[in-house]
Design a protein around this ligand. Sequence first.
Ligand SMILES: O=C(O)C(=O)[C@H]1CC[C@@H](C(=O)O)C1
Ligand SMILES: [Zn+2]
Length: 333
Amino acid sequence: MASASERKPWDSSNLRKYCLNFEEIPRLPFDDPRVDELISSNPVIIEGSNLVKSATDKWNLEYIERHMGVTTNTVYLSRNHKFKYFDDKKIQSRTNPRGVEFSPPMRKVEMKVEEFMKKLREWKRGDERLYMQQSLTAAVGPNIVQDFVGFNWKWINAKQKTHCWGKLTSNLLYVSMEGNVTPCHYDEQENFFAQVYGYKRCILFSPDQFQCMYPYPVHHPHDRQSMVDLERPDHTRFPRFKDAKGVEAVIGPGDVLYIPIYWWHHIESLMRLGPTITINFWYKAGPTTIEYPLKDHQKVSIMRNIEKMLLEVLQDPREVGPLLRNMVLGRFD
Ligand SMILES: O=C(O)C(=O)[C@H]1CC[C@@H](C(=O)O)C1
Ligand SMILES: [Zn+2]
């Protein structure tokens, strides 16, 4: 019988079940030279960086409640465990090619931290789930500002320089209920995802899996999200999804997961293991060097630009699909 210190804090009963199997994301010590070899083209979990040690040493829900400050925070509410992001600037009935009004799968409210924590404590089955996703700014309490200043900026600034990334655009604080899921999507920024408290399962797919992931059209409010429901994939509508090749890892306090730009990621707070706290570090991409053959993420960017240009000239998004189909069907096989 493993001792308490060796006993894993979680097991497969804390994980949701999916139809795919995943390879493991590599884990490396922060000072291992292979970390920099992997970064910018592969995900990697970096151990021992102390990137957010000033937070992992002290932060839990009680500390956040006490020190988050008096400003309101962005909290998403969902009727189920999925928190699927949508761009409310893209919600116009005409951009929804199936002609139905877009019904947002979650709603965004502004909430004081005390209210958020009270709702978490009093939550019962059937209530809306909550997920605080708040940008860390100087408006938070002084203790949190001090902990933020205490991050290992020397290490992460050196990473930003080594990999020629653009500027740090934001740090978001994520306070999640157990079992919450952020469905599969990609972002157009580099991301250091630092786990502070609790355990999260991260499932990632490379940009070269584009054909298996079926992203929504760029003009859709769910732009950058996969149309495939990982829990109940529609293999008729999305036949190639069964061939998707993904990698996964469960990260815990002190782990930093590098999520490369354009990489698909699905994130879940483990079930029945309590709340989780994460801080992400989003960086603008570095300068694009054009070398042939082009990289897969560059082709995703090209496809995005083509969709945007077509919408610009066609005006009606319902014409984008038919024009692309007419352009390629039977002509490039
Ligand atoms: O940092 C990112 O890129 C994200 O997608 C975050 C949005 C919700 C977060 C989560 O852990 O559920 C991850
Ligand atoms: Zn993301």
